[in-house]
Write a protein that binds this ligand. Structure first.
Ligand code: FAD
Ligand code: NAD
Length: 494
């Protein structure tokens, strides 16, 4: 692929070609053009550079930060005790690891990109692609400029959803509402957590629950009151079986969070400098700030302008098993609705998927033509007693079978089974037992089933066993005695 800049022309061959053309603000052509500067994009350009070392890669990023990892923004950074490290976005307790995927030294000036014989990765910050012409192989940016490409990746991720009732409540409420996705959002909420007396997190999913625990931890230090409101009966209800969701809710409460389940927000108003939330129970809850964490809307605006297909069920751009949407246009990460050869069409909103799909898209942009067969996993932690990893289809609407260690060291007893019953797996104790013995769900494995086949696994406080889970999923584990299968996880070992 060739590169041009504004001011140079491919028709000016001969002696003039040796003259360095004037640098334009941006290249007018990029052999590799990546839309979005998040995790999927980072792993894509790393793969492109690995396969095509002289590649000239131009990234268009709406954000004014270098590509970074989002997971520490709702977890480790909040438990960082050194404020200077927080300022530098260093999340590790002892090492100086920060959230950025690579330091600024890794990147080249995008203006210079066309002139660099060895190529490189240049990022245009603060610009947005608003139109993609897949036939002319060209994008339009929000400042009116146009860039042609040879190969293009869409890695636009998603934006946080808001609630209509909050959106319609006016400017004063908007000023006290945080939708959380970026470094800027983290910095704003961190400041709020130092100044406000109370904050209410709306949403019981990954983000809402992690942030509630993080803020609850701040509350132990400075007294900020933290509420968490959501419509379901327990946290992570879309993922965890009901009994485990309820048990985990107790753990979140133990982290200094006032959890208010089974509630919708019906009204929002501004009263005496506070946000007043009218809940479906009839109660009014007053709070200084709102954090709305009610799911993600994949960024697919380009589909409307550019004739790309959106998946009606899962959202996101529809791509084939090679992650290609159109000729020379690939989509990776949260915005990609891909065909999983094993489990069917899916869209996954997790880091490892962004990493691996980005990497594969990068390889395919350099000609690999490989299918995406990686079975993505994800993780979360909610305070010191709950850490889990999961793989495959982990959806609480599926029947599950679970095997838990009786206590942290003893795997002789099985404590819970939902949906399916197997001779070897005992029917669950009632939820009362769950409440009286907080260690009951200390360690275990939950199998998610479809047509008597394992389609997903959740490893509950069982680190370093993901490869075993991956293998079980790959083998299909159909009609297996899952109590026996659970033994593969050696729950009694750390
Ligand atoms: P993104 O990271 O969203 O990057 C997309 C980028 O594209 C953004 O910078 C966006 O501004 C930009 N963009 C969008 N449209 C345009 C356009 N038209 N032009 C130019 N730029 C554009 N996952 C886990 O598995 N484990 C975790 O513990 C975990 N923790 C998380 C914590 C937080 C706070 C958040 C927000 C997410 C977390 N995730 C976690 C999810 C994970 O971070 C995402 O799945 C991942 O970031 C998706 O990467 P992506 O590159 O697809 O999208
Ligand atoms: P989510 O999809 O995990 O959870 C959405 C939650 O929104 C639901 O569980 C529900 O409680 C709530 N909700 C929906 N409608 C509501 C309503 N009308 N009123 C009140 N609550 C309502 O999304 P999220 O938790 O917002 O996370 C945002 C994104 O960040 C997702 O892509 C998620 O995967 C990602 N994330 C992942 C992790 C992780 O993997 N550990 C951590 C943080 C964020």
């Amino acid at each position: 692929p060739t590169t041009e800049t504004a001011g140079s022309s491919s028709s000016q061959e001969g002696p003039q070609a040796a003259v360095t053309p004037p640098e334009s603000d941006i290249p007018i052509h990029a052999p590799y053009l990546l839309i979005g500067g998040g995790t999927a994009s980072f792993y894509a350009f790393r793969a492109i550079k690995a396969n095509d070392p002289r590649a000239k890669v131009l990234v268009i990023s709406e954000e004014n930060h270098l590509p970074y990892m989002r997971p520490p923004l709702s977890k480790a950074l909040w438990f960082q005790t050194d404020p200077q490290k927080v300022e530098k976005l260093e999340y590790h307790p002892t090492e100086n690891y920060n959230v950025f995927h690579a330091s600024s030294a890794y990147y080249v000036d995008p203006k210079k990109l066309p002139h660099l014989d060895k190529g490189g990765v240049g990022i245009l910050h603060g610009r947005k692609v608003i139109y993609l012409d897949a036939i002319a192989k060209k994008v339009h940016l929000d400042d009116g400029s146009e860039i042609t490409y040879d190969k293009c990746l869409i890695a636009t991720g998603g934006k946080p959803k808001n609630l209509k009732v909050v959106e319609n409540a006016g400017e004063k409420i908007a000023n006290r509402t945080i939708l959380f996705r970026t470094i800027d959002d983290f910095q704003r909420l961190y400041k709020v957590s130092q100044e406000a007396k109370s904050v209410t997190v709306v949403g019981g999913g990954f983000l809402g629950s992690e942030l509630a625990v993080a803020l609850g931890n701040r509350g132990l230090l400075n007294g900020i009151i933290v509420n968490q409101i959501f419509p379901e009966s327990g946290v992570l209800a879309k993922v965890l079986p009901e009994y485990l969701s309820k048990w985990t809710t107790r753990r979140v409460e133990a982290e200094n969070v006032n959890v208010i389940p089974n509630q919708l927000i019906e009204t929002v108003s501004y009263e005496n400098g506070q946000v007043a939330l009218g809940l479906s129970s009839g109660i009014t809850l007053k709070t200084d700030y709102l954090v709305v964490a009610v799911g993600l809307e994949p960024n697919t605006e380009l589909a409307k302008t550019s004739g790309l297909e959106i998946d009606d069920i899962h959202g996101g751009y529809r791509v084939n098993a090679e992650l290609e949407a159109r000729s020379n246009v690939w989509v990776a990460g949260d915005a990609s609705c891909f065909y999983d050869i094993q489990l069917g069409r899916r869209r996954v909103e997790h880091f490892n998927h962004a990493r691996n799909s980005g990497q594969l898209a990068g390889e395919n942009m350099t000609g690999a033509a490989k299918p995406y067969t990686y079975q993505s996993s994800f993780w979360s932690d909610l305070g010191p007693k709950v850490a889990f990893e999961a793989i495959g289809m982990v959806d609480s609407s599926l029947p599950t079978v679970a095997v838990f260690a009786k206590n942290s060291y003893d795997t002789s007893a099985v404590q819970a089974d939902e949906g399916l019953k197997s001779d070897a797996v005992k029917v669950p104790d009632s939820s009362e037992a769950t409440m009286t013995n907080p260690d009951e769900y200390g360690k275990g494995v939950v199998f998610y089933m479809k047509d008597k086949t394992v389609v997903g696994l959740l490893l509950w406080n069982l680190p370093y066993r993901l490869n075993t889970a991956r293998q079980i999923l790959k083998d299909g584990a159909e009609n297996e005695d899952l109590y026996e299968v659970a033994k593969l996880f050696r729950m009694h070992q750390t």
